[in-house]
Design a protein around this ligand. Sequence first.
Ligand SMILES: [Zn+2]
Length: 275
Amino acid sequence: MFRLFTTLIVSALLATGAFAQDAKRSIAKIAGDVYRFQNNFHFNIFVVTPDGVVVTDPINKEAAEWLKAEIGKITDQPIKYLIYSHSHGDHASGGAVYTDTAEVIAHKNAPEAIDGVAPTTRFDDAHTVKLGGKTIELSFLGKGHGNDLIAMVVRPENVAFAVDAVSVNRLPFRDFPRADIGGIINQIKAVEGLDFDILSPGHGKMGVKSDATAHREYVEKLMASVKAGLKAGKSVDDLLTELTLDEYAGWGSFKAFREPNIRGMARWLKESGGI
Ligand SMILES: [Zn+2]
C-alpha cells in the first residue's frame, strides 16, 4: 500500500513537472477559440479555426514542439501562421518548428532571421490576418521595449496579446534591460488605444485594459519620483530606501523588482538626459 502511495506521489510530481529540469507547461482556453499556452514564466496565445491554426511566439524549440503536438490533439488543421510579438530570444526562439506549414509574420524592424527563421510577411504600422472566421489585427507599438514590438487583437473574442511592455499587477522586469523607458510608456499608451476586452500578456496573469493603464501609471510615478529625488541631489541608494512604493506591495515580483526598477529608472534618466 505504502509503495503504491509513493508511486502515485512520484507520478503526480512527474506529471506536474515538479522536478527541476521539467518545464511547467499548460494550455488554458481564454475565450471562444483563443487559447493561452504557458511555458514556465512565458506565455503565448494561439487561435484554432476551421481553416487552420494561428500560433504566436514560439518561446523555444522544446516549448514549440510540445505545443505543436498538443494543438494536434485539438484540431487536424495545420498551423497556417506564426506571428512574432517581437524578436527577443526568450520569446522568439524555436520558430523553425512551425515553418513546414506556417507563413511567418513579424514587424519590418525585426532582424532578417529570428533564430534562423526569415519572416515571409513584414509590415510597418498595421496588418490584418483573416482565417476561418477570425480576424487578427496586428499593430506596431513603436520603439521602447525593443524596436519591433507589436500587439495582436483576436476577433470576435476581443483578446489582446501584448508582451513585455505591459503586464497585469506585476512590476516591470528587473532594471528595464534594453529598454527606452519613455518609449515603453508610449507603447503602453498604444496598447490602451486598441479596442479589446481581455489582456493576455507575455508574462504573469491575464487582465483587462485598465490593467494596462495601471501599469503605465506605475512606470510614470516611478519616473517622476526617481527624477525628483535625483534632481534634489539624492543618491540612488537614498532612493532605494525612500521609495518604498507601498501602494504596489501587492503586485507580483514586488520584492524582487522594486530595487532593480528604481536603479534601472535612475540609469535611464541619466543616460537619456532626463536628469
Ligand atoms: Zn522582450
